[in-house]
Ligand binder design. Structure first.
Ligand code: FCB
Length: 461
């Protein structure tokens, strides 16, 4: 397989997030996040990783920026820790916390790398979580205030912004199933957390623009839902799951409507007015893609563990295992064409309402420390599928792989490795993997318009 050529100006990047990398969980006046508290509960982090150290990014960010520069990356998507900037969740700013991002942005700019910060990648300030987190409408307003304060300081140098990362995962894993912070098990009563994150997004777009920031998007996870079986119950289960995980978030943002009147009726507050805020036009739309999902009618033999997360019984759909594909070391099926499928769905569903797309996350867990040929194969397949989607008329402007370095994979701890760069968690030493050299050569070949690469052609890191 070769890596196709992408349109001129296509942006090549890598992604990361604050909780997963920074460490320094209480340095320089940082407040605790809901994830700090959740991870400290016994048994929450499956492999017992001490999440307070991350990858040491807060100390070693210059090393990681040098690694990005070595890749020839155009852009770096990182996240800003809300409790580092506003330790109490509301009220005064922690200047020392914001200084860190100021330094990071300067370092990136000095290397010609576009800083693309995400304002919320799941680390809610603990005091807000304790007051109900995203179940509480007030959290949305506090988020917009924080977004405005960050933009006041950084908008002069940051040309690309992301409000919120994957509100679907926060809602499902954090509020419905209790597998992530804040560990609530509300099932369908978790829906207000979805609405308030969407409201927070819309309010933050306004606040960012008011503070002079432009080029704003959101990162939503998308998984094409495949129907298991061919009964009406199977189709209903798959459709419900598709609505809940894909369109409950994309539709309000891009069309100003919820996809389903029943779910809309469960949302709190002045929903119609909120939807006007939520659907404020965006400059671009971020897609995180990992794999499709196979769903049918609820059945006793439905997967009780999906992507490592347990699913309770009694849900109105049943998730099944996708067979016949390679799997990553997370057990996720490797289905590159699912990326083209998901982008085609977005184009068909939203037409002109879909702004230019960036892939803001795509990658895989591979355990091999350095010889990660399976990651190269994964990324090659997905870039091929991405090019197919572009040829089919989807306006995709850039690709951020997840992730620059190995990092703390939430409740999986350090045991799932998504990085182009290996982290030794004892020493925090960084070692580029084979995929790092490969990605560097892909980016270089795009620049020179040189021949596409074939596996094995790249020089060692
Ligand atoms: C996404 C998250 C990201 C990372 C990848 C593997 O859902 O946004 O932080 O954990 O999955």
């Amino acid at each position: 397989m070769t890596v196709p050529t992408f349109p001129p100006g296509f942006l090549w990047g890598a992604s990361a997030s604050a909780f997963q990398t920074e460490g320094a969980f209480d340095a320089d006046g940082k407040g605790l996040s809901g994830w700090d508290a959740f991870a400290a509960q016994p048994g929450r982090i499956k492999d017992g990783t001490d999440t307070t150290r991350g990858t040491g990014f807060h100390e070693r960010y210059r090393e990681d920026v040098a690694l990005l520069a070595g890749l020839g990356a155009d852009a770096f998507r990182f996240s800003i820790s809300w409790p580092r900037v506003v330790p109490g969740g509301s009220g005064s700013l922690n200047p020392a916390g914001l200084d860190f991002y100021d330094r990071l942005v300067d370092e990136l700019c000095a290397h010609g790398i576009t800083p693309a910060p995400t304002l919320y990648h799941w680390d809610t300030p603990l005091p807000l979580d304790e007051a109900g987190g995203w179940l509480n409408r007030d959290t949305a307003y506090r988020f917009a205030e924080y977004a405005g304060m960050v933009a006041e300081r950084l908008a002069d140098r940051v040309p690309m912004w992301i409000t919120i990362n994957e509100p679907a995962e926060v809602t499902m894993l954090g509020y419905a199933l209790g597998e992530h912070a804040p560990g609530r098990t509300l099932l369908f009563d978790a829906l207000p957390a979805a609405h308030h994150q969407l409201l927070a997004h819309g309010l933050a777009v306004r606040a960012l623009r008011a503070a002079g920031a432009g080029n704003i998007g959101i990162s939503l996870s998308h998984s094409p839902v495949w129907t298991a079986g061919d009964t009406d119950e199977d189709r209903a289960g798959a459709e419900l799951y598709d609505t809940l995980t894909n369109w409950l978030f994309a539709d309000p943002v891009l069309t100003g409507r919820y996809p389903d009147e029943g779910f809309a009726a469960l949302m709190p507050g002045p929903v119609e007015d909120d939807l006007k805020i939520i659907s404020v036009p965006l400059d671009w739309y971020g897609v995180n893609y990992y794999n499709p999902t196979l769903v049918g009618a609820p059945r006793p033999e439905a997967l009780d563990s999906f992507s490592g997360y347990s699913m309770p019984s009694g849900l109105p759909f049943g998730i099944r295992e996708i067979e016949g594909y390679d799997t990553t070391d997370f057990g996720w099926p490797v289905v590159p064409q699912g990326l083209a499928e998901t982008l085609g769905q977005l184009r068909d569903r939203f037409g002109d309402r879909l702004p230019p797309v960036y892939i803001t996350e795509n990658g895989c867990a591979v355990d091999e420390p350095v010889a990660d040929g399976r990651r190269i194969a994964f990324l090659e397949g997905h870039l091929e599928a991405l090019r197919t989607a572009i040829d089919a008329g989807v306006d995709v402007r850039g690709y951020f792989t997840w992730s620059l370095t190995d990092n703390v994979e939430w409740t999986e701890g350090a045991s799932k490795r998504f990085g182009l760069v290996h982290i030794d968690y004892e020493t925090l030493r960084r070692t580029p993997k084979e995929s790092y050299a490969w990605y560097r050569d892909v980016i270089r070949a795009q620049r020179t318009g040189g021949p596409s690469l074939t596996p094995g052609e790249h020089a060692p890191g």
